[in-house]
Design a protein around this ligand. Structure first.
Ligand SMILES: *Cc1c(COP(=O)(O)O)cnc(C)c1O
Length: 365
Protein backbone atom coordinates (compact mmCIF):
# COMPACT_ATOMS: atom_id res chain seq x y z
CA UNK A 1 0.00 0.00 0.00
CA UNK A 2 1.35 3.41 -0.89
CA UNK A 3 0.21 6.72 0.55
CA UNK A 4 -2.39 8.66 -1.40
CA UNK A 5 -2.41 12.39 -2.06
CA UNK A 6 -5.32 14.66 -2.94
CA UNK A 7 -5.80 14.60 -6.72
CA UNK A 8 -5.03 18.33 -6.95
CA UNK A 9 -1.58 17.76 -5.46
CA UNK A 10 -0.58 15.57 -8.41
CA UNK A 11 -0.99 18.50 -10.79
CA UNK A 12 1.47 20.66 -8.85
CA UNK A 13 5.26 21.01 -8.75
CA UNK A 14 7.22 22.66 -5.93
CA UNK A 15 8.41 26.25 -6.38
CA UNK A 16 12.06 26.38 -7.41
CA UNK A 17 13.83 29.41 -5.96
CA UNK A 18 17.12 30.69 -7.37
CA UNK A 19 20.40 29.62 -5.80
CA UNK A 20 21.57 31.59 -2.77
CA UNK A 21 24.66 33.78 -3.27
CA UNK A 22 26.84 31.56 -1.05
CA UNK A 23 26.06 28.44 -3.11
CA UNK A 24 26.96 30.19 -6.37
CA UNK A 25 30.28 31.43 -4.90
CA UNK A 26 31.18 27.90 -3.84
CA UNK A 27 30.05 26.20 -7.03
CA UNK A 28 32.03 28.43 -9.37
CA UNK A 29 34.85 29.39 -7.02
CA UNK A 30 34.18 33.12 -7.39
CA UNK A 31 34.12 35.74 -4.65
CA UNK A 32 31.90 38.42 -6.19
CA UNK A 33 28.27 37.45 -6.83
CA UNK A 34 25.35 39.81 -7.38
CA UNK A 35 21.82 38.46 -6.97
CA UNK A 36 19.49 40.21 -9.39
CA UNK A 37 16.90 37.46 -9.46
CA UNK A 38 14.22 38.02 -6.84
CA UNK A 39 13.25 41.69 -7.02
CA UNK A 40 14.77 42.44 -3.63
CA UNK A 41 15.78 45.95 -2.57
CA UNK A 42 19.52 46.36 -3.34
CA UNK A 43 19.81 49.07 -0.66
CA UNK A 44 18.83 46.74 2.18
CA UNK A 45 16.24 48.13 4.58
CA UNK A 46 15.68 51.17 6.79
CA UNK A 47 18.12 51.56 9.72
CA UNK A 48 15.04 52.15 11.91
CA UNK A 49 14.11 48.51 11.32
CA UNK A 50 17.36 47.21 12.76
CA UNK A 51 16.97 49.39 15.84
CA UNK A 52 13.42 48.19 16.38
CA UNK A 53 14.35 44.53 15.95
CA UNK A 54 17.22 44.87 18.41
CA UNK A 55 14.79 46.07 21.03
CA UNK A 56 12.36 43.23 20.48
CA UNK A 57 15.03 40.52 20.75
CA UNK A 58 14.35 40.40 24.50
CA UNK A 59 10.91 38.91 23.87
CA UNK A 60 11.61 35.89 21.71
CA UNK A 61 10.02 33.64 24.34
CA UNK A 62 6.63 35.26 23.86
CA UNK A 63 4.09 34.51 21.14
CA UNK A 64 3.52 37.40 18.76
CA UNK A 65 0.38 39.55 18.96
CA UNK A 66 -1.93 37.35 16.88
CA UNK A 67 -3.95 40.38 15.83
CA UNK A 68 -0.93 42.49 14.88
CA UNK A 69 -2.75 45.38 16.55
CA UNK A 70 0.00 48.00 16.34
CA UNK A 71 0.84 47.23 12.74
CA UNK A 72 -2.81 47.28 11.62
CA UNK A 73 -3.23 50.61 13.35
CA UNK A 74 -0.05 52.05 11.81
CA UNK A 75 -1.06 51.02 8.28
CA UNK A 76 -4.65 52.18 8.71
CA UNK A 77 -3.53 55.56 10.03
CA UNK A 78 -1.11 56.04 7.16
CA UNK A 79 -3.79 55.17 4.57
CA UNK A 80 -6.77 56.86 6.24
CA UNK A 81 -8.83 53.69 6.62
CA UNK A 82 -10.02 51.57 9.56
CA UNK A 83 -7.74 48.96 11.19
CA UNK A 84 -10.50 46.42 10.48
CA UNK A 85 -9.84 46.95 6.74
CA UNK A 86 -6.20 45.84 7.14
CA UNK A 87 -4.83 42.31 7.55
CA UNK A 88 -1.09 41.60 7.79
CA UNK A 89 0.19 38.21 6.65
CA UNK A 90 3.43 36.28 6.51
CA UNK A 91 4.33 37.73 3.13
CA UNK A 92 1.61 38.34 0.59
CA UNK A 93 2.37 34.80 -0.57
CA UNK A 94 0.56 33.59 2.51
CA UNK A 95 -2.42 35.81 1.75
CA UNK A 96 -2.66 34.46 -1.81
CA UNK A 97 -2.93 31.03 -0.20
CA UNK A 98 -5.52 32.19 2.37
CA UNK A 99 -7.63 33.87 -0.31
CA UNK A 100 -7.66 30.70 -2.40
CA UNK A 101 -8.71 28.67 0.65
CA UNK A 102 -11.44 31.15 1.55
CA UNK A 103 -13.06 31.59 -1.86
CA UNK A 104 -12.27 28.86 -4.39
CA UNK A 105 -14.52 25.78 -4.51
CA UNK A 106 -13.79 22.76 -6.65
CA UNK A 107 -14.95 23.53 -10.20
CA UNK A 108 -15.02 27.32 -9.78
CA UNK A 109 -13.52 29.24 -12.68
CA UNK A 110 -10.65 31.52 -11.77
CA UNK A 111 -9.30 34.03 -14.29
CA UNK A 112 -5.61 34.89 -14.45
CA UNK A 113 -2.91 35.96 -16.92
CA UNK A 114 -0.58 33.47 -18.61
CA UNK A 115 2.62 35.22 -17.58
CA UNK A 116 2.25 36.49 -14.03
CA UNK A 117 2.94 35.66 -10.38
CA UNK A 118 3.04 31.83 -10.23
CA UNK A 119 1.28 31.49 -6.85
CA UNK A 120 -2.04 32.49 -8.42
CA UNK A 121 -2.29 29.35 -10.54
CA UNK A 122 -0.71 27.09 -7.92
CA UNK A 123 -3.19 27.99 -5.20
CA UNK A 124 -6.11 27.93 -7.66
CA UNK A 125 -5.16 24.41 -8.73
CA UNK A 126 -4.55 23.39 -5.13
CA UNK A 127 -8.19 24.17 -4.33
CA UNK A 128 -9.54 22.35 -7.39
CA UNK A 129 -10.45 25.59 -9.14
CA UNK A 130 -10.36 25.75 -12.92
CA UNK A 131 -7.73 28.23 -14.12
CA UNK A 132 -8.99 30.30 -17.05
CA UNK A 133 -5.71 31.55 -18.47
CA UNK A 134 -5.75 34.76 -20.51
CA UNK A 135 -2.63 35.61 -22.56
CA UNK A 136 -0.90 38.94 -22.04
CA UNK A 137 -1.07 41.37 -24.94
CA UNK A 138 2.21 43.21 -25.60
CA UNK A 139 3.48 41.83 -22.27
CA UNK A 140 0.60 43.63 -20.51
CA UNK A 141 -2.61 42.42 -18.86
CA UNK A 142 -5.38 42.16 -21.48
CA UNK A 143 -8.26 43.34 -19.32
CA UNK A 144 -10.74 43.26 -22.23
CA UNK A 145 -9.99 39.60 -22.86
CA UNK A 146 -10.25 38.90 -19.13
CA UNK A 147 -13.63 40.62 -19.10
CA UNK A 148 -14.80 38.41 -21.97
CA UNK A 149 -13.67 35.32 -20.06
CA UNK A 150 -16.13 35.93 -17.22
CA UNK A 151 -18.94 33.32 -17.05
CA UNK A 152 -21.56 32.29 -14.50
CA UNK A 153 -18.92 30.03 -12.99
CA UNK A 154 -16.31 32.75 -12.43
CA UNK A 155 -15.47 33.04 -8.76
CA UNK A 156 -12.27 35.07 -8.63
CA UNK A 157 -9.87 37.11 -10.81
CA UNK A 158 -6.18 37.61 -10.05
CA UNK A 159 -4.70 40.94 -11.21
CA UNK A 160 -1.11 42.08 -10.73
CA UNK A 161 -0.24 45.75 -11.37
CA UNK A 162 2.59 46.35 -12.20
CA UNK A 163 2.90 42.77 -13.33
CA UNK A 164 5.60 40.37 -12.22
CA UNK A 165 7.64 39.28 -14.25
CA UNK A 166 6.98 41.71 -17.11
CA UNK A 167 6.99 44.92 -15.02
CA UNK A 168 4.22 46.37 -17.19
CA UNK A 169 1.22 48.27 -15.82
CA UNK A 170 -2.35 49.06 -16.76
CA UNK A 171 -3.88 52.49 -16.20
CA UNK A 172 -6.35 53.72 -13.62
CA UNK A 173 -8.92 54.20 -16.37
CA UNK A 174 -8.48 50.62 -17.60
CA UNK A 175 -8.80 49.32 -14.05
CA UNK A 176 -11.97 51.31 -13.33
CA UNK A 177 -13.58 50.22 -16.61
CA UNK A 178 -12.74 46.65 -15.71
CA UNK A 179 -14.02 46.85 -12.12
CA UNK A 180 -17.30 48.35 -13.37
CA UNK A 181 -17.82 45.41 -15.70
CA UNK A 182 -17.18 42.62 -13.19
CA UNK A 183 -20.26 41.27 -11.38
CA UNK A 184 -20.10 42.26 -7.71
CA UNK A 185 -20.10 38.66 -6.43
CA UNK A 186 -16.80 37.95 -8.22
CA UNK A 187 -13.72 38.53 -6.08
CA UNK A 188 -11.00 40.69 -7.61
CA UNK A 189 -7.56 40.28 -6.10
CA UNK A 190 -5.46 43.29 -6.98
CA UNK A 191 -1.79 42.65 -6.22
CA UNK A 192 0.24 45.84 -5.88
CA UNK A 193 3.58 44.41 -4.74
CA UNK A 194 5.48 47.00 -6.80
CA UNK A 195 3.17 50.04 -6.57
CA UNK A 196 5.73 52.17 -4.73
CA UNK A 197 8.09 52.05 -7.74
CA UNK A 198 5.61 53.28 -10.37
CA UNK A 199 6.52 56.55 -12.09
CA UNK A 200 3.61 56.81 -14.56
CA UNK A 201 0.88 59.34 -13.66
CA UNK A 202 -1.69 57.07 -15.31
CA UNK A 203 -1.25 54.38 -12.68
CA UNK A 204 -4.05 54.00 -10.08
CA UNK A 205 -1.95 55.61 -7.36
CA UNK A 206 -4.91 55.91 -5.01
CA UNK A 207 -6.14 52.32 -5.09
CA UNK A 208 -7.16 52.57 -1.43
CA UNK A 209 -10.13 54.67 -2.53
CA UNK A 210 -11.45 51.65 -4.48
CA UNK A 211 -12.35 49.91 -1.21
CA UNK A 212 -15.23 52.32 -0.77
CA UNK A 213 -16.84 51.66 -4.15
CA UNK A 214 -15.97 48.00 -4.79
CA UNK A 215 -16.73 45.70 -1.84
CA UNK A 216 -15.42 42.74 -3.90
CA UNK A 217 -11.83 43.99 -4.22
CA UNK A 218 -8.89 42.66 -2.19
CA UNK A 219 -5.68 44.70 -2.41
CA UNK A 220 -2.35 42.98 -1.70
CA UNK A 221 0.79 44.82 -0.67
CA UNK A 222 4.11 43.71 0.72
CA UNK A 223 7.10 44.81 2.77
CA UNK A 224 9.33 42.47 0.72
CA UNK A 225 10.06 44.82 -2.15
CA UNK A 226 10.65 48.56 -1.69
CA UNK A 227 10.72 48.23 2.12
CA UNK A 228 13.48 45.62 1.82
CA UNK A 229 12.11 43.14 4.37
CA UNK A 230 11.80 39.99 2.25
CA UNK A 231 13.62 37.87 4.84
CA UNK A 232 11.06 38.64 7.53
CA UNK A 233 7.99 37.54 5.50
CA UNK A 234 5.52 40.37 5.96
CA UNK A 235 2.81 41.74 3.71
CA UNK A 236 -0.62 43.28 4.19
CA UNK A 237 -4.03 43.16 2.64
CA UNK A 238 -6.71 45.84 2.34
CA UNK A 239 -10.33 44.78 1.94
CA UNK A 240 -13.75 45.15 3.51
CA UNK A 241 -14.21 44.10 7.12
CA UNK A 242 -16.68 41.49 5.84
CA UNK A 243 -14.09 39.82 3.60
CA UNK A 244 -11.24 40.04 6.10
CA UNK A 245 -13.28 38.61 8.98
CA UNK A 246 -14.02 35.55 6.85
CA UNK A 247 -10.42 35.10 5.72
CA UNK A 248 -9.53 35.36 9.40
CA UNK A 249 -11.34 32.07 10.07
CA UNK A 250 -8.64 30.07 8.28
CA UNK A 251 -5.62 32.11 9.36
CA UNK A 252 -3.09 30.39 11.64
CA UNK A 253 -3.31 32.18 14.97
CA UNK A 254 0.25 33.55 15.08
CA UNK A 255 1.04 33.81 11.38
CA UNK A 256 3.07 37.03 11.52
CA UNK A 257 6.08 36.82 13.85
CA UNK A 258 6.91 39.59 16.31
CA UNK A 259 10.11 40.72 14.62
CA UNK A 260 8.25 41.15 11.34
CA UNK A 261 5.47 43.16 13.02
CA UNK A 262 7.95 45.43 14.81
CA UNK A 263 10.05 45.84 11.69
CA UNK A 264 7.07 46.76 9.53
CA UNK A 265 5.89 49.45 11.96
CA UNK A 266 9.40 50.95 11.98
CA UNK A 267 9.68 50.73 8.19
CA UNK A 268 6.47 52.71 7.76
CA UNK A 269 8.13 55.60 9.59
CA UNK A 270 11.06 55.98 7.20
CA UNK A 271 9.94 57.92 4.15
CA UNK A 272 13.55 58.87 3.46
CA UNK A 273 14.51 55.25 2.83
CA UNK A 274 11.57 54.83 0.43
CA UNK A 275 12.59 57.97 -1.45
CA UNK A 276 16.18 56.73 -1.81
CA UNK A 277 15.00 53.31 -2.97
CA UNK A 278 12.64 54.84 -5.52
CA UNK A 279 15.41 57.11 -6.85
CA UNK A 280 17.95 54.27 -7.03
CA UNK A 281 15.46 52.15 -8.96
CA UNK A 282 14.58 54.95 -11.36
CA UNK A 283 18.23 55.66 -12.12
CA UNK A 284 19.03 51.96 -12.51
CA UNK A 285 16.06 51.42 -14.79
CA UNK A 286 17.10 54.27 -17.08
CA UNK A 287 20.66 52.93 -17.23
CA UNK A 288 19.55 49.36 -18.02
CA UNK A 289 17.03 50.50 -20.66
CA UNK A 290 19.65 52.72 -22.34
CA UNK A 291 22.13 49.85 -22.30
CA UNK A 292 19.56 47.44 -23.76
CA UNK A 293 18.69 50.00 -26.44
CA UNK A 294 22.32 50.37 -27.45
CA UNK A 295 22.72 46.57 -27.55
CA UNK A 296 19.61 46.15 -29.69
CA UNK A 297 17.88 44.17 -26.93
CA UNK A 298 14.10 44.52 -26.70
CA UNK A 299 12.30 44.62 -23.33
CA UNK A 300 8.88 45.30 -21.85
CA UNK A 301 8.35 48.85 -20.52
CA UNK A 302 8.78 48.46 -16.76
CA UNK A 303 7.08 50.37 -13.94
CA UNK A 304 8.52 48.00 -11.35
CA UNK A 305 11.97 47.10 -9.96
CA UNK A 306 12.70 44.50 -12.63
CA UNK A 307 12.96 44.35 -16.41
CA UNK A 308 11.75 41.55 -18.67
CA UNK A 309 13.98 41.39 -21.72
CA UNK A 310 14.55 39.25 -24.80
CA UNK A 311 18.11 37.91 -24.70
CA UNK A 312 17.74 36.45 -28.19
CA UNK A 313 19.27 33.17 -26.94
CA UNK A 314 17.99 30.23 -24.94
CA UNK A 315 17.30 31.84 -21.56
CA UNK A 316 18.58 28.99 -19.40
CA UNK A 317 21.93 29.05 -21.19
CA UNK A 318 22.30 32.80 -20.80
CA UNK A 319 21.33 32.38 -17.16
CA UNK A 320 23.98 29.71 -16.56
CA UNK A 321 26.71 31.70 -18.30
CA UNK A 322 25.82 34.82 -16.31
CA UNK A 323 25.80 32.82 -13.08
CA UNK A 324 29.32 31.51 -13.80
CA UNK A 325 30.40 35.15 -14.06
CA UNK A 326 28.76 36.15 -10.79
CA UNK A 327 25.35 37.51 -11.80
CA UNK A 328 22.18 35.65 -10.83
CA UNK A 329 19.11 36.53 -12.94
CA UNK A 330 15.80 34.74 -13.49
CA UNK A 331 15.36 32.80 -16.74
CA UNK A 332 11.66 32.86 -17.69
CA UNK A 333 10.89 30.98 -20.92
CA UNK A 334 12.21 30.81 -24.53
CA UNK A 335 14.62 33.73 -24.81
CA UNK A 336 13.11 35.84 -22.02
CA UNK A 337 14.88 36.78 -18.83
CA UNK A 338 13.87 38.89 -15.85
CA UNK A 339 16.55 41.00 -14.21
CA UNK A 340 15.99 42.86 -10.94
CA UNK A 341 17.26 46.42 -10.95
CA UNK A 342 20.26 46.70 -8.63
CA UNK A 343 22.66 49.36 -7.43
CA UNK A 344 24.57 51.11 -10.21
CA UNK A 345 27.58 48.91 -9.45
CA UNK A 346 25.44 45.81 -9.92
CA UNK A 347 23.71 47.15 -13.02
CA UNK A 348 27.01 47.99 -14.70
CA UNK A 349 28.54 44.64 -13.85
CA UNK A 350 25.43 42.86 -15.16
CA UNK A 351 25.55 44.71 -18.49
CA UNK A 352 29.28 44.06 -18.92
CA UNK A 353 28.78 40.33 -18.27
CA UNK A 354 25.68 40.13 -20.46
CA UNK A 355 27.66 41.62 -23.36
CA UNK A 356 30.29 38.95 -22.89
CA UNK A 357 27.74 36.13 -22.69
CA UNK A 358 25.80 37.23 -25.76
CA UNK A 359 29.00 37.08 -27.82
CA UNK A 360 29.43 33.41 -26.90
CA UNK A 361 28.05 30.80 -29.19
CA UNK A 362 24.99 29.95 -27.08
CA UNK A 363 21.88 28.42 -28.58
CA UNK A 364 19.26 30.78 -29.97
CA UNK A 365 16.41 28.81 -28.39
C1 LIG B 1 7.19 39.59 -4.64
C2 LIG B 1 5.76 39.53 -4.88
C3 LIG B 1 4.86 39.41 -3.83
C4 LIG B 1 5.34 39.46 -2.42
O1 LIG B 1 5.55 38.28 -1.87
P1 LIG B 1 5.86 38.21 -0.32
O2 LIG B 1 5.27 36.90 0.04
O3 LIG B 1 5.17 39.36 0.35
O4 LIG B 1 7.33 38.28 -0.20
C5 LIG B 1 3.52 39.37 -4.09
N1 LIG B 1 3.06 39.46 -5.34
C6 LIG B 1 3.89 39.62 -6.38
C7 LIG B 1 3.33 39.77 -7.72
C8 LIG B 1 5.25 39.64 -6.18
O5 LIG B 1 6.06 39.77 -7.22
Amino acid sequence: MTVKFRSQIQALTPYKPGKPIEDVKKEYGISKVFKMASNENPLGCSPLVKEAINKSLDYLNLYPDGNATKLKYAIATKLGIKPSQVQPSSGSDEMVDQIAKTFINEGDEVILADVTFPRYITTTTMMGGIPVVVPLKNFTYDLDAMKRSITDKTRLIWLCNPNNPTGTMFSEKALLDFLDSVPSHVIIVYDEAYNEYVTSPEYPHNSVSLLEKYPNIIILRTFSKIYGLAALRIGYTLASEHILSNIDKIRSPFNVNSLAQTAAVAALNDDEFLKDSYACNKEGKAYLCDSFDSMGITYAPSEANHIFFDSGKECTEVFTELQKRGVIVRPMYNTYIRVSIGTMEENKFFISQLKEVLELNVATA
